[in-house]
Design a protein around this ligand. Structure first.
Ligand SMILES: [Zn+2]
Ligand SMILES: [Zn+2]
Length: 269
């Protein structure tokens, strides 16, 4: 296995795995990828999966879970919000892991999955789950695209799971009309510091302004103040987005991201 092989999970830290697949598109004759990532945190007592991945990657995600779980059971599934790339594999995962409980802001899930209504266990910002030797915490999503999005945090690894936040495009061609952060084949499991170049403010602003359209209309200093406080209270070594490379240069990317949000807001038309 290599660090860039998207077929396999990458153990970013002890008991913390990066899983999921990539969607590919054609950009001016070149193949580019978009992440639809999921993360698995394994404690002494329990394991939790953050986001379910896209149904297009179901077979990949199930095989990766087999590999990362190594025969132990999956206890919790935490979709950060009820959109297809984040929650679409729930029915298949609930079938495969009959002991798993779905946690998070699950207020409307019974309507999507009435047959699984007894397996939803609401958790809100501030709640914690003891995984054994590490805690999983639920945080408000300071950058989000749905009102019931939540972020998560693993105290064992210092990973912060930010759902649709902190997705960056990198220095590669973008397909026309696409608004998703892209990377090249071979960069699927690269940490931000392993990419050839960190994204510029312009690239971060491009992804930010199109994928999270509301950021054109909202001054984000308050959100970033909240994020900085959260990072100060909960030491964060990795920022883990659903649609971008895992960020290991937390300080630098925070500055780039804030500058990008400011640019989007100031240059709105
Ligand atoms: Zn998403
Ligand atoms: Zn990829």
């Amino acid at each position: 296995m290599t660090a860039n092989d998207m077929e396999h999970p990458r153990a970013v830290a002890d008991g913390a795995h990066w899983l999921g697949g990539c969607l590919s598109a054609n950009a001016q004759g070149h193949e580019v990828h978009y992440h639809v990532s999921t993360y698995l945190v394994v404690g002494v007592k329990a394991a939790i999966l953050v986001d379910t991945g896209d149904p297009a990657h179901l077979a990949t995600v199930l095989a990766q879970l087999d590999e990362a779980l190594g025969g132990r059971r999956l206890d919790y599934i935490f979709p950060t919000h009820p959109e297809i790339p984040h929650a679409g594999n729930l029915p298949a995962l609930l079938e495969r892991y009959p002991e798993a409980t779905v946690v998070g802001d699950v207020r409307d899930y019974f309507m999507h999955y009435p047959e699984h209504a007894d397996r939803f266990s609401p958790r809100g910002a501030g709640d914690r789950i003891d995984l054994g030797g590490r805690e999983f915490m639920f945080f408000p999503a300071h950058i989000r695209d749905l009102s019931n999005t939540l972020w998560g945090y693993d105290s064992g690894s210092g990973m912060l799971f930010v759902s649709d936040g902190f997705s960056f495009i990198h220095d590669i061609p973008q397909p026309d009309g696409e608004d998703e952060p892209a990377h090249l084949p071979g960069q699927c499991r690269s940490l931000s510091s392993e990419m050839p170049h960190p994204p510029t403010v312009e690239q971060a602003a491009y992804g930010t302004g199109r994928a999270l359209y509301w950021t054109k209309f909202v001054e984000v200093s308050t959100a970033f103040g909240n994020i900085e406080r959260l990072l100060a209270e909960h030491p964060t070594r990795w920022i883990c987005p659903a649609h971008g490379n895992v960020i290991d240069d937390v300080e630098g990317m925070l500055k780039t991201s804030l500058a990008a949000h400011r640019k989007v807001f100031e240059e709105r038309s």
